[in-house]
Design a protein around this ligand. Structure first.
Ligand SMILES: [Zn+2]
Length: 73
């Protein structure tokens, strides 16, 4: 099974971002939480942020991924 998270990773895994290198707007990202999708400014140095808020959506998505993994049988 490939979930929405997998497609998100594959679309980001390449070096597509390189062609936009140096432009600040590439830091504008949509939150990886499908229930949120808030557009936020990723201020992290390596643009590794995935959520508008690591303490809110980050925790939600981590908990959800954990539940999905533990539920699969
Ligand atoms: Zn969010």
């Amino acid at each position: 099974m490939t979930g929405p998270d997998a497609s998100w990773c594959s679309s980001r895994a390449g070096d597509g971002e390189a062609q936009h290198g140096g432009q600040e707007w590439v830091r504008l990202k949509a939150c990886a939480n499908p229930d949120c999708q808030w557009v936020y400014y990723d201020g992290s140095r390596n643009r590794s942020g995935r959520w508008c808020s690591m303490t809110e959506c980050g925790d939600v998505m981590k908990a959800r991924a954990y539940r999905q993994r533990s539920r699969q049988s």
